[in-house]
Ligand binder design. Structure first.
Ligand code: UDX
Ligand code: ADP
Length: 485
């Protein structure tokens, strides 16, 4: 932790407010975050760049690549005024004095740390490009979720810049959740900025201070900031795994997990959030960040700490498996050639993101059992569903057998509404809590289905009592069959 002794990246005093900002990576984090900064700071030009030209083209169109409630309006307020999307990465770097790195850091699939450590290839490439193109002084801000001490690696690469440029490196982790990104950016619980140079920290503070009260902007050292992001996600995921663990017990005892969650959540020390039992958490962060934490602990020889956090991910895998097994068992031990209507494929409502979505794993298991899936999600495209399911069958070498390819091709249909999906179905399986699923005419759905008409509600969003009265056999998470009747 003595890296502030590094002479080659000794901070020079930067301008008090950045004159131009660029962000490398126009994804779920970079796009919305920069759109909000541009909207709130009309005098600062903000350039969002990405190597993926198709993605950039969509940011410049009415069909944004990221679905987020309210995002279109924020983008339209600033696009063309001081918000620009382009694939000219080098030019944007040259022109800016503050550069955000917001590229993806997926879990490594091969090599050292495979399945746990973060793949820093994209971050490293960004740092090298910045090092090559920069002149003068630049503030480089890590926005991607990174393992602790990545800033050190970024600094070392920047130091190799032959152009004589100097750099400050800040960590500014993103806490926005997908589906609520615009509100999270507008009214964050806190903004976290870690760094060594108080002048550089101050420059970024001034940007956020344009719309966020100063007392909500926390400043720390670099490592605290990086570790806080991993820790926040690990704690949140742990709550979900904890309530999901209890859901298994509820199903065998006759307790109702939503009642238990309410009862414990009213204890102000526990609080009511993140206690919604589900088919399992997904998304690009929770699993990845916990595995990162586990890798870090193992690296430092803290095997008990590593095992403690790893259990959160294991419980999540168990929850997904338990759900697909329950479907098969309940449907007389076979779903072979039965039509299962899958409602929802995104990892949560109000997003088109499917990364690590529980739906992928449930559908994969049901396909292995020979089910015919008819899938409907309001925002996820047919191509995305097909590609996610194909990938779910990849073996350790990344290969997919012909049998699995055929299963995805022949047994998966994607439709454009829930009634179409349930027509002729033996079971209805809710995997994402989209609001529209709670408003379906279930009488109509019932008339279209085979008997017994099974409902497996992986999000506990349907009214189990009303459905039972119609004639459905309802199975929710953390509720026994007896109870739902
Ligand atoms: C998360 C963090 O919340 C955010 O701060 C961080 O920046 C990125 O990771 P995100 O993954 O977008 O955000 O969504 P989140 O709302 O946290 O949900 C993650 C998963 O947990 C979803 O699959 C969701 O359905 C599930 N979940 C969440 C539950 O199953 N039950 C809950 O009570 C809450
Ligand atoms: P996140 O959810 O973290 O925003 P995404 O995968 O949605 O992750 O977005 C990351 C983006 O970063 C992708 O659009 C990808 O093309 C882009 N990207 C990755 N590496 C580079 C790079 N070296 N230069 C520019 N863009 C990059």
């Amino acid at each position: 932790m003595t890296s502030n002794a590094d002479p080659t990246v000794e901070p020079k005093k930067p301008a008090l407010i950045p004159t131009k900002i660029c962000c490398i990576g126009a994804g779920y984090v970079g796009g919305p975050t920069m759109a909000m900064i541009a909207k709130q700071c009309p005098e600062i030009p903000v350039m969002v760049v990405d190597l993926n030209q198709a993605r950039i083209d969509r940011w410049n169109s009415d069909n944004l690549p990221v679905y987020e409630p309210g995002l279109q309006e924020v983008v339209e307020a600033a696009r063309g005024r001081n918000l620009f999307f382009s694939s000219d990465v080098e030019s944007a770097i040259r022109q800016s004095n503050m550069i955000f790195i917001s590229v993806n850091t997926p879990t490594k699939t091969t090599g050292v740390g495979a399945g746990r450590a973060a793949n820093l290839e994209f971050v490293e490439k960004c740092a090298r490009t910045i090092a090559q193109c920069s002149e003068g002084h630049k503030i480089v801000v890590e926005k991607s979720t990174l393992p602790v001490r990545t800033a050190e690696a970024v600094k070392r690469i920047l130091r190799s810049s032959s152009s004589g440029a100097s750099f400050d490196v800040l960590s500014n982790p993103e806490f926005l959740a997908e589906g609520t990104a615009v509100n999270d950016l507008l009214n964050p619980d806190r903004v976290l900025i870690g760094g060594e140079s108080s002048a550089a920290i101050d420059t970024l503070v001034r940007v956020y201070q344009r719309w966020i009260p100063r007392d909500k902007i926390l400043t720390t050292n670099l490592w605290s900031s990086e570790l806080s992001k991993l820790t926040a996600n690990a704690f949140l995921a742990q709550r979900v795994s904890s309530i999901n663990a209890i859901s298994a017990l509820c199903e065998v005892t006759g307790a109702d997990v939503d009642e238990v969650a309410k009862a414990i959540g009213t204890d102000s020390r526990i609080g009511p959030k993140f206690l919604k039992a589900s088919v399992g958490f997904g998304g690009s962060c929770f699993q990845k960040d916990i595995l990162n934490l586990v890798y870090l602990c193992e690296h430092f020889g803290l095997s008990e700490v590593a095992a403690y956090w790893e259990q959160v991910v294991r419980m999540n895998d168990y929850q997904k498996k338990r759900f697909s097994t329950r479907i098969v068992r309940t449907m007389f031990h076979t779903v072979s050639d039965k039509q299962i209507s899958v409602l929802g494929f995104a990892f949560k409502k109000d997003t088109n993101d499917t990364r690590e979505s529980a739906a992928i794993y449930i559908c994969r298991d049901l396909l292995e059992e020979g089910a015919r899936l008819v899938i409907y999600d309001p925002r996820v495209s047919k191509d995305q569903i097909q590609s996610d399911l194909l990938k779910s069958f990849q073996d350790a070498k990344g290969e997919i057998s012909n049998r699995h390819k055929q299963l995805v091709e022949n047994n998966v249909t994607t439709v454009s509404d829930a009634y179409q999906a349930s027509d002729g179905a033996h079971a209805l399986v809710v995997l994402t809590e989209w609001d529209e699923f709670t408003k379906l005419d279930m009488q109509r759905v019932y008339l279209q289905m085979h008997r017994p008409a099974f409902v497996f509600d992986g999000r506990n969003v349907l009214n189990a009592k009303a459905l039972s009265e119609i004639g459905f056999e309802v199975h929710g998470i953390g509720r026994s069959y007896r109870h739902s009747n």
